[in-house]
Design a protein. Structure first.
Length: 292
């Protein structure tokens, strides 16, 4: 039986609309979103607290003890250094596992990662995010990095950098000679030819250091492209800007790039320029164009 239509005055002055949401439910959604984001940031914050404290404690205690143990056992300095760098590798592997498997705030996809562990290799990689170095170290039991002065000024990181004997980018031509010596000694070296993290608009112009190292050492270059979607942990970005959706890091190890042999300083300078152009073209095709 049909009921008589009620006058708006009898229903509080407004006609009832089908499917209208009660006010308390409408306000519950933003509240639930805030709680979800707070929980998300707590998990992300835990990951970075784990990394910061872990790097500081490792550099202040474990790594010096490993070097001391090697000396007491009469091991060669090179052996002690490999033990130190392997410990750094294991810690970085635990940090990446913390992000991807424990806290579940990131996804990692690898292509050809097994090549990184074989060594010795000269790895040349782009640098889109803050965690690119621990990401690469998680797959490289031994690797020598070239560290920028900005990171050397961070006290919590300095101990690990010093004990692991990473190279300093402000050493100029000396860092090229040192990298060549380490490659010839059977060690792997990682170079970011942009010199700093990739800006949002695209790749920076490549510096020629990686090309000079490859030409002087007479070794191939192993290109590694790193892409993260959505872009996160860029230079100048705070960790509190971390998105709700899990960023996906895609790391692809390409086929080795063989430099053309050259004789003499002038020929080597021209070869370094050409090789740098080859690298730029390779990364632009895979990571997008753009210079700053």
């Amino acid at each position: 039986m049909a009921t008589p239509e009620q006058h708006p005055a009898e229903t509080g002055g407004q006609p009832e609309r089908a499917g209208a949401r009660p006010p308390e439910r409408a306000s519950a959604r933003p509240r639930a979103h805030r709680l979800l984001r707070t929980f998300r940031l707590a998990r992300v914050g835990f990951c970075f607290l784990y990394f910061g404290l872990g790097v500081w404690l490792t550099g202040a205690t474990l790594l010096p003890l490993l070097r001391l143990r090697a000396r007491l056992l009469g091991l060669a300095p090179e052996v002690g250094l490999r033990h130190v760098q392997r410990a750094v590798h294991l810690f970085c592997r635990s940090f990446i596992a913390c992000m991807a498997r424990v806290m579940r705030v990131a996804e990692m996809q690898w292509t050809g990662a097994g090549t990184l562990a074989r060594g010795p290799v000269l790895v040349v990689a782009n640098h889109p995010s803050l965690i690119d170095t621990p990401l690469l170290l998680s797959r490289m039991p031994q690797a020598d990095f070239i560290v920028s002065p900005d990171w050397l000024r961070r006290g919590w990181l300095r101990g690990t950098v010093d004990v692991a004997e990473y190279m300093h980018s402000d050493d100029g031509p000396e860092v090229v000679r040192e990298a060549v010596a380490r490659l010839r000694a059977g060690r792997s070296v990682v170079v970011y030819p942009e010199g700093a993290r990739t800006p949002p608009e695209g790749l920076r112009r490549f510096q020629r250091g990686a090309a000079h190292i490859a030409l002087a050492a007479g070794c191939d270059i192993l290109p590694v492209t790193i892409q993260v979607t959505p872009r996160v942990l860029m230079r100048g970005e705070r960790w509190t800007d971390y998105p709700l959706a899990n960023p996906v890091w895609r790391v692809e190890v390409g086929e080795p790039i063989r430099p053309e042999p050259s004789d003499g300083d002038e020929q080597r300078a021209l070869a370094a320029r050409r090789l740098t152009g080859v690298l730029e073209e390779y990364f632009e095709k895979r990571c997008g164009r753009g210079r700053s």
